[in-house]
Design a protein around this ligand. Structure first.
Ligand code: NAD
Length: 499
């Protein structure tokens, strides 16, 4: 029996949903002070889902005041760690219990497949709340080595009110990546979902209240980047920002910080990640599925997508035969149908952006072996999974982030050429290596300037492993793992002189 319901059943769930339309500030739904709203559209059909409050600086300020009030009162920030843990574990349970509705909500909002939404929301998202909840009462401070008559304690304290600014590609998962560690250590949060996908984070705020989070600890302010996003970046009473999104906007946040209160800014940004296939690699199911997932998972709208597939000429034909066979079998269509592998792009504008890159690739001389345009017969923002061969490393499609279902094969002769091309990028988020030679694999892993290297299987790691980028893909901050809590803590020394 399938683990999934039918598309028809998911549509019935969709019909029953009440879609959030207001901001969530200080424990309550509220309209934007200006009364402004923005249209929320299902990108797979172009249908209007409803409207959502368009928050601006006034609303962000209201949210920061609520977050500050509760932070200073200590209801959460100074609560016993086991109390924070209990609330986060309850939130994990509530997400699990509501996973199906949340997944349908997110699929409608983003065009992501119901399969991916269910996987993220019933497994990954609750795991984050559970894992950081468990960490809340297991994070210890230190005692420094000092002379006999001194005790010096090094303690970690929550940094205060944090601004969390999110992208649209994994809406609820990115919220969990940031919120779970921030809440676990006692921070209050002002969270801005991307304007394309505000719904699941708003529903999460409601579940967090049900789990027992005090009002004001989590505030969700939907709105546009230049208004709500900028207001968070520039707010003088926000103590830290954690941002995930494009490199261009990440750079704005550094400016906002330097022009306001010098808040620390954690940045997780774009990528142009390589997959290296050496001549001794087994062209087996694991490799082929990895190549496909690395390029097409989430419609290629993935920061760690391995779009640049750098393949030794000796195995290129065998690689392409298998990859093309699998690409042609991918089902593009209704995101609510569990048989669908690729849903729609997040918006009609993003579809046009991806299509324009595909045209650039053709004009630059890359050879189209599969796809190469919009999906025929589908009215929404659908793009066919596209495979280019003979991509030159200097082409724009090999250098700029496309963020769509485009796999580009760059043929090479040997490991040295593969490494040189893999390294030649402004980004540094991720890389995958396929080889049977473990010495070569480790040599490459050490020489690749990026935050995550996967060997013999495409993976971003999981909740236990830090995730972030080198170069223009990130700052020193990391999401996930025990490292993530460093974004939300500050360090204090307490020096006691004994008599
Ligand atoms: P984006 O940069 O356009 O938007 C991200 C967020 O910033 C949104 O909430 C948006 O409203 C806000 N924003 C936009 N302009 C702003 C401005 N002028 N001032 C303040 N805030 C502003 O990114 P996106 O299109 O939503 O997401 C795609 C990007 O995110 C890709 O580049 C992708 O690689 C990256 N991403 C990175 C990771 C990672 O962990 N490294 C994960 C997911 C996505």
């Amino acid at each position: 029996m399938s683990a999934y319901k039918s598309a028809e059943q998911y549509r019935m769930i969709a019909g029953r949903l009440t879609l959030p339309s207001h901001a969530f500030i200080d424990g309550d739904w509220t309209a934007a002070a200006s009364g402004e709203v923005f249209e929320n559209v299902d990108p797979a059909t172009g249908a209007r889902l409803g409207t959502v409050a368009a928050c601006d600086g006034v609303d962000v300020d209201r949210a920061v005041k609520a977050a500050r009030r509760v932070f200073e009162a200590g209801d959460w920030s100074r609560a016993a760690p086991e109390q924070r843990k209990a609330v986060l574990l309850k939130l994990a349970d509530l997400v699990r219990a509501n996973a199906e509705e949340l997944a349908v909500l997110e699929s409608l909002d983003s065009g992501k497949t119901i399969k991916d939404c269910l996987n993220e929301i019933s497994h990954e998202v609750p795991t984050f709340f559970q894992w950081y909840g468990e960490l809340a009462d297991k994070a210890f401070g230190k005692v420094a080595p000092t002379a006999e008559k001194v005790v010096a304690m090094i303690v970690k304290e929550p940094i205060g009110v944090v601004g969390l600014v999110l992208p649209w590609n994994f809406p609820l998962l990115m919220a969990a990546w940031k919120l779970a560690p921030a809440l676990a250590v006692g921070c209050s949060a002002v969270l801005k979902p991307a304007e394309q996908t505000p719904l699941s984070a708003l529903r999460l705020a409601e579940l967090a209240m049900e789990a027992g989070l005090p009002p004001g600890v989590l505030n969700v302010v939907p709105g546009f980047g230049e208004t709500a996003g900028q207001a968070i970046g520039r707010h003088n009473d926000i103590d830290a920002v954690s941002f995930t999104g494009s490199t261009e906007v990440g750079a704005y946040f550094l400016n906002y910080a330097s022009e306001s209160n010098l808040k620390p800014v954690g940045l997780e940004m774009g990528g142009k990640s390589p997959m290296i296939v050496l001549d001794d690699a087994d062209i087996d199911d694991t490799l082929v599925s990895s190549a496909i997932n690395a390029a097409f998972w989430n419609g290629g709208q993935n920061c760690s997508a391995n779009m640049r597939q750098i393949v030794d000429r000796k195995v290129k034909d065998a690689f392409l035969d298998r990859v093309l066979e699998k690409t042609r079998a991918l089902v593009v269509g209704d995101p609510l149908d569990p048989a669908t592998d690729l849903g729609s792009m997040v918006s009609a504008e993003h579809k046009e952006r991806v299509l324009s890159y595909i045209e650039i690739g053709k004009a630059e001389g890359a050879q189209t072996l599969a796809g190469g345009g919009a999906s025929e017969g589908l009215a929404g923002a659908f793009v066919d999974p596209t495979v280019f061969d003979n991509v030159d490393p200097q082409m724009r499609i090999a250098r700029e982030e496309i963020f769509g279902p485009v796999l580009g094969v760059i043929p090479v002769d040997g490991v040295d050429e593969a490494l040189a091309i893999a390294r030649d990028t402004d980004y540094g988020l991720h890389a995958t290596i396929f080889t049977r030679d473990i010495d070569k694999a480790f040599h490459l892993a050490k020489r690749l300037p990026c935050g995550t290297v996967a060997i013999n299987g495409f993976s971003e790691g999981n909740v236990t492993t830090p995730f972030g980028g080198y170069k223009r893909s990130g700052s020193m901050a990391r999401d996930n793992g025990t490292e993530a809590i460093d974004q939300y803590l500050q360090t204090k020394t307490i020096w006691l002189s004994l008599k």
